[in-house]
Design a protein around this ligand. Structure first.
Ligand code: ADP
Ligand code: MG
Length: 280
């Protein structure tokens, strides 16, 4: 396994234009992301998640510290295209990401900007739309689609750039439960079929259960790091950072409090059922 992304002592300050005062949004964050892995980032509003995401794909440049993407220093202006080609982003609001009035043109926009050969673009667009199960909508107008469908078009747009990594910044935050499910399934498909490195920022704890590693952010710091099982075993600490735990975990924890001898960090319904059945 190789580290695809390496964040070393990252600091990021926003500078207010009015009085040039600075606000530290990221304060000494370090971590690595392996190629092909699934990393989840959670944390309350304003904890610095989006700022971190934008640093990873070079939209923002570190105030101090370093980010290496596939060995490329993100702060070196000569690397900017290489970094953006390797790390694509999908944002929260699908309406802000759609630029064309026809679905397939929208998906072609990214590779066109990368200067990809038109024949190759055609191939990529079709393939990307198929990978999110939106191929049959290729000639439709995006504004006629549901939120979940629009977000899948945005994902297809990222996929068509053939990045090694996609950073999803709360991609399901504006969707209804059906839309959320569609989008999370599309992300899962990309991981399994295309081996895309996934970094998912989310408020929904159910979406991080399959992650290889989870980071909890608070006030610009990484305050917790581990596997989902490790993280969700620490219910009290999560509450301190005002984080939820998956419903099943919450139920298991309530049973443990009542004296039922269950293991900590149960994440899935089947796991809880198995553990309960083994009690008697
Ligand atoms: P999150 O995505 O976790 O909600 P953000 O990374 O968006 O957090 O923001 C982190 C902190 O930086 C917040 O306190 C936010 O108010 C501040 N911030 C975000 N963007 C800007 C900006 N453009 N200028 C000044 N402060 C900002
Ligand atoms: Mg954010």
């Amino acid at each position: 396994m190789t580290d695809f992304i390496k964040v070393e002592n990252l600091v990021f300050d926003y500078i207010k234009s009015e009085d040039e005062s600075t606000f530290r949004a990221i304060d000494d964050v370090s971590f690595t992301v392996e190629k092909g892995s699934f990393t989840a980032i959670i944390g309350q509003n304003g904890s610095g998640k989006s700022t971190l995401a934008k640093n990873i794909n070079g939209l923002l440049v570190p105030t101090a510290g370093k980010i290496y993407v596939d060995g490329l220093d993100s702060a070196d202006p000569e690397n900017i295209w290489e970094v953006r080609q390797r790390v694509a982003m999908v944002f929260q609001n699908p309406d802000n990401q759609i630029v064309s009035s026809v679905v397939e043109d929208d998906v072609a926009f990214g590779p066109e900007n990368l200067g990809v050969d038109p024949k190759e673009i055609r191939k990529r667009v079709d393939e990307a739309l198929k990978s999110v199960e939106m191929y049959e909508f290729r000639r439709k107008a995006p504004h006629l689609l549901s939120g979940g469908q629009k977000q899948r078009i945005a994902i297809a747009g990222a996929v068509a750039m053939e990045p090694e990594c996609i950073v999803f910044d709360e991609p399901t935050a504006m969707l209804d439960p059906n839309g959320r499910k569609e989008v999370i399934e599309a992300v899962e498909q990309l991981r399994k079929e295309k081996n895309v490195t996934v970094i998912l920022i989310t408020h929904y704890m159910e979406e991080v259960i399959d992650a290889d590693q989870v980071f909890v952010m608070d006030e610009g710091h990484v305050v917790m790091h581990g596997t989902p099982k490790e993280i969700f075993s620490r219910v009290d600490e999560l509450k301190k950072y005002r984080m939820d735990v998956p419903q099943v975990t919450m139920l298991a924890d309530a049973l443990i409090q009542k004296g039922v001898p269950l293991p900590k960090g149960i994440l899935r319904r089947e796991e809880l059922v198995d553990a309960l059945c083994q009690l008697s």
